[in-house]
Design a protein around this ligand. Structure first.
Ligand code: SF4
Ligand code: SF4
Length: 134
């Protein structure tokens, strides 16, 4: 996960805050301690704080790394015919509870062949079932 960092070289001069064009830095002095604060929503990623810091304490490069961060990893249910990954067990449970029925874990391709095996008369070219009488 990448975000704004200030390392232990910081000596609290506030040059970064005073030169931030977006008012994305602030500080609070409380109980004899100074806390430097950063607001990611306000931050324009301009790098001014990084350039101005006399201590090289702003690790701004973390904000310039364009990459995907993992935010969550879930187990997966797979198609029971071909093994293609489908959805999470929790998603399946949600769908089943909404439909009030069990849901076969099948990929779109195998769901089609499953439906065809259940209702062959609906497949073009297949004979209609004998419903008796007519
Ligand atoms: S300019 Fe650098 S040393 Fe000064 S408060 Fe900001 S991060 Fe700390
Ligand atoms: S990158 Fe720019 S906008 Fe963001 S905190 Fe630093 S000086 Fe402010």
């Amino acid at each position: 996960m990448f975000y704004f960092r200030v390392n232990e070289n910081c000596h609290g001069c506030l040059a970064c805050m005073e030169n931030c064009p977006a008012c994305a830095l602030a500080f609070i002095d409380q109980d004899g301690r100074r806390t430097l604060k950063h607001n990611m929503i306000k931050c324009a990623r301009c790098g001014q704080c990084w350039r101005i810091c006399p201590q090289r304490a702003v690790e701004f490069q973390d904000l310039l790394v364009g990459q995907w961060d993992d935010v969550i990893t879930l187990d997966l249910v797979h198609c029971r015919v071909c093994g293609e990954a489908l959805y999470s067990p929790a998603y399946r449970q949600k769908v089943e509870s909404k439909l009030n029925a069990t849901h076969e874990p099948l990929c779109p391709k195998h769901r089609q062949s499953y439906a065809a095996s259940m209702w062959p008369h609906l497949v073009p070219g297949k004979a209609k079932p004998n419903l008796g009488g007519k």
